[in-house]
Write a protein that binds this ligand. Structure first.
Ligand SMILES: [Zn+2]
Length: 629
């Protein structure tokens, strides 16, 4: 009874408009002629904070300003509220009282006095929660983190004129147009809010800018900022491969929706690994030696190409329900199996076609992905569509048993196999006259524009694919995306002329990961992965380690009596194959020590793809360069 009565009251309150939904219907006060102004004093960025001062056009009466919550490219309500501090609001030099909304903590209310046409809002931007955004030598500016704007406006019509005051001697890179410069202060042209937030800025003491490609007035730049100057000495061979990004992307899509594109790359061990896509730039963050250590190119050589590909797939073409008119309106993420899933395939494809990674290595890379998807228990109950729908939560999910919970990374990995499946179906049915590239040419019409967005539904994608080759695409996606698909797709492997095998020979992609991430990969043997210092990262359900009750978080102290090192474990693994004796682990957990015996006698096991004799090698054709280098 009580519950029913309460529900009735809530519904009535909502109907009366007391709890309005976020919308984009308000009259915009910040116009092109009278924009909001924003001055970001970044001189203290190296100390972990900046100061932002805004002048926001208003009219007298109740007024609400908001902090961006749903961030494009981050696919979730990730606006970092904890980075706001020392907030002050004033009008005509007099302080104004502000109150945070009790329900929507991203909204702030003030009462604007008569005669006032703008309010000043000032706050300290902390740069360390939840992501580290600056070091003493490098800073990453995401404009959504440093501004407030009028509630319920359409961000295509709301204008901001931004300026930044740089630390002395630091350089910067951004897709924004510089209007004027006075010393360390750079003034940008007034832009719609959506374009400002879509144009991050990297800055730093040590930087290098490389023109990767140009044609007429269009340019692609690589703007690198590093914690140490030596990390900018990129070998010419690596840079030359990156110069193939645009020619290969133009061959893939047959179009371009940017004028001047900046791949912004922060090279730092303190700033975490990240890549966020934008129309005319990408915000890429990688370890310090990312461009100087070729192993990183093997492991993550798709970082820049993945984000670059998003300029077409994600920014230009975007799921209809992920497309909103401001940052307070929730985004729906169900179609990320196209936006991110297809882009995982295309970003990899671009990196191999450009030569950042060798096309001949792609089968080894695929083998690693297949083995991962084939041994993930969470796949037995969770369809792909549930992962994409829950993406805003899953991106933030941490903790043990990721293989049972499944992770946001899965709709990337599984998406790669799904879209390889689509590609090989098209190629086989058309005797290799058409491919996914044909679909992308249709998908990217019109061909040459600046940054614009064209939305799609699932039906649009199926319709476009049908134009390329008639097939029951609806049933295909129903089976692989919308229902539980217990086994990873393997039809595409057979069609490509390859099959998956497990041997004792190490897989080079797994080996590079082990080395760079201080990991010991024993997922296919004992059934666990070991991180730095011997800590178990995850244990595979049903594996020998699982049967012996090993759990994530345990620390391996010794193996058959010897102190644990990756080398000792690998030695014992090989011995056990011959002696058929269980391996004895001493593990520690919360201050207790346990002895655990694990029975595994299969020796080292790594995934590989091998050719099926007498069949066409589609993988080689797919990954071969398509542009003239
Ligand atoms: Zn992506």
């Amino acid at each position: 009874m009580l519950a029913v009565a309460s529900l009735g009251l809530c519904a009535a309150a909502n109907a009366a408009g007391l709890i309005p939904e976020p919308n984009a219907n308000a009259v915009v006060y910040a116009t092109k002629a009278n924009p909001e102004t924003l001055v970001l004093d970044a001189r203290t960025a190296g100390r972990g904070f900046m100061t932002s001062t805004m002048s926001i056009p208003v009219v007298p009466g109740p007024f609400t300003f908001v902090y961006p919550q749903w961030i494009p490219g981050e696919h979730g309500p990730t606006g970092p509220l904890a980075d706001i501090s020392q907030l002050k609001v004033s009008a005509d030099g007099k302080p104004l009282t502000w109150r945070r909304d009790k329900v929507d903590m991203y909204a702030f209310h003030v009462e604007v006095p008569q005669g006032v046409t703008s309010i000043k809002v000032r706050f300290t931007v902390l740069m360390n929660s939840p992501d580290v955004m600056s070091t003493p030598n490098v800073g990453v500016v995401n404009w959504n983190r440093v501004l407030f704007y009028q509630n319920n406006i359409n961000y295509h019509n709301y204008y901001i004129k931004a300026s930044i005051i740089l630390p002395k001697g630091w350089g910067f890179g951004t897709a924004l147009t510089t209007a004027s410069r006075e010393g360390e202060r750079v003034n940008f042209a007034e832009e719609p809010l959506t374009y400002l937030v879509d144009s991050p800025l990297d800055m730093g003491r040590y930087y290098k800018k490389v023109l990767l490609w140009h044609e007429g007035t269009a340019h692609q730049w690589l703007d690198m900022f590093a914690d140490a100057p030596q990390e900018l000495d990129v070998p010419a061979k690596i840079l030359d491969a990156y110069k193939n990004m645009t020619p290969e992307a133009l061959a893939l899509y047959g179009s371009r929706h940017w004028y001047n594109y900046h791949s912004l790359l922060a090279l730092s061990n303190k700033i975490g690994f990240q890549g966020i896509e934008h129309h005319q730039s990408s915000d890429d963050r990688a370890p310090a030696d990312f461009m100087t250590n070729p192993k990183w190119q093997l492991v993550a050589g798709d970082l820049l190409t993945h984000e670059f590909s998003h300029s077409w797939n994600g920014k230009y073409r975007r799921p209809w329900d992920l497309t909103t008119d401001n940052y307070q309106i929730p985004q729906r993420t169900d179609l990320l199996w196209v936006y991110e899933g297809m882009n995982q395939y295309l970003g990899d494809l671009l990196s191999f076609r450009a030569g950042i990674r060798k096309p001949s290595e792609y089968p080894q890379y695929l083998a690693m992905i297949y083995s991962q998807m084939a041994t993930e228990p969470g796949r037995d109950t969770e369809p792909l569509i549930d992962l994409t729908t829950a993406a805003p939560f899953l991106y933030e999910a941490r903790g043990e048993y990721p293989s049972i919970r499944r992770t946001a990374g899965d709709f990337y990995t599984e998406g790669e196999l799904l879209w390889l499946d689509v590609d090989t179906i098209i190629r086989t049915k058309t005797h290799d006259r058409k491919s996914l590239d044909t679909f992308l040419h249709l998908y990217s019409e019109p061909k040459f524009t600046g940054p614009i967005t064209k939305t799609y539904t699932r039906a649009d994608i199926e319709h476009l694919l049908n134009e390329v080759v008639p097939y029951n695409w609806h049933a295909f996606f129903q089976r692989h995306v919308y229902e539980v698909a217990k086994l990873p797709p393997t039809g595409e492997l057979r069609r490509s002329g390859w099959r998956l095998v497990y041997t004792a020979k190490p897989n080079p992609f797994i080996q590079a990961r082990e080395e760079l991430m201080h990991m010991n990969y024993q997922w296919l043997t004992y059934g666990f992965n070991i991180g730095k210092g011997g800590k178990l990262l995850d244990v595979r359900e049903g594996s020998p380690a699982w049967t012996a009750a090993m759990v994530p978080g345990m620390k391996i102290e010794s193996v058959d009596g010897q102190g644990y090192t990756p080398g000792v474990l690998k030695y014992v693994l090989v011995q056990a194959e011959h002696t058929h004796q269980p391996t004895t682990f001493i593990v520690s957990q919360d201050g207790w020590f346990h002895t655990i015996k694990v029975s595994y006698f299969g020796g080292p096991r790594y995934p590989h793809l091998v050719r099926i004799p007498g069949t066409p090698n589609l993988l080689a054709r797919i990954m071969a360069p398509h542009a003239r280098h």
